[in-house]
Ligand binder design. Structure first.
Ligand code: FES
Length: 142
């Protein structure tokens, strides 16, 4: 009985020492990581790019962390491309880049320098809406 108690006590002391040591390492690692990692605001650099959207050129100075979706909506003013989920699940932000469908919410604008981008705004023909545009209006209008 006494032997079991001492053995159990020894195990607890070892566990406590190891836990304490790891706790110190973890705290130091987190603090060092925070100190060594620049925040997005501090670390973002801007680049000169040119997007060709719906046949029109847009020379832009853009920060490296800005998505293509935000660039289209906030910088170029094409708000037909929507932000739904923001994580690649819904497709509301879909655009064509060089003929390929992409989720613009998951794409950085700087990746598409000189790319040919097609948004929903380009689908209309004159005053006539494309069937996709008409369907959106029907859905949203309800
Ligand atoms: Fe939903 Fe981009 S906003 S996939």
């Amino acid at each position: 009985m006494n032997f079991r108690f001492r053995r159990r006590f020894g195990q607890l002391v070892i566990i406590g020492t190891v836990t304490s040591a790891f706790s110190g390492i973890t705290k130091r690692t987190i603090a060092q990581t925070k100190r060594d990692t620049p925040s997005i605001a501090q670390g973002s650099e801007s680049s000169s790019i040119r997007l060709r959207v719906n046949g029109k050129d847009y020379p832009l100075q853009i920060e490296s962390h800005v998505t293509l979706l935000n660039t289209l909506r906030d910088r170029i003013g094409l708000t037909g491309t929507k932000k739904g989920c923001g994580c690649g699940q819904c497709g509301a932000c879909t655009v064509l880049v060089n003929g390929q469908r992409i989720n613009s919410c998951l794409s950085l604008a700087v990746m598409y320098d000189d790319a040919e981008i097609t948004t929903i705004e380009s689908l209309a023909s004159g005053n006539e809406l494309h069937p996709v545009q008409a369907a959106f209006i029907r859905l949203v209008g309800k």
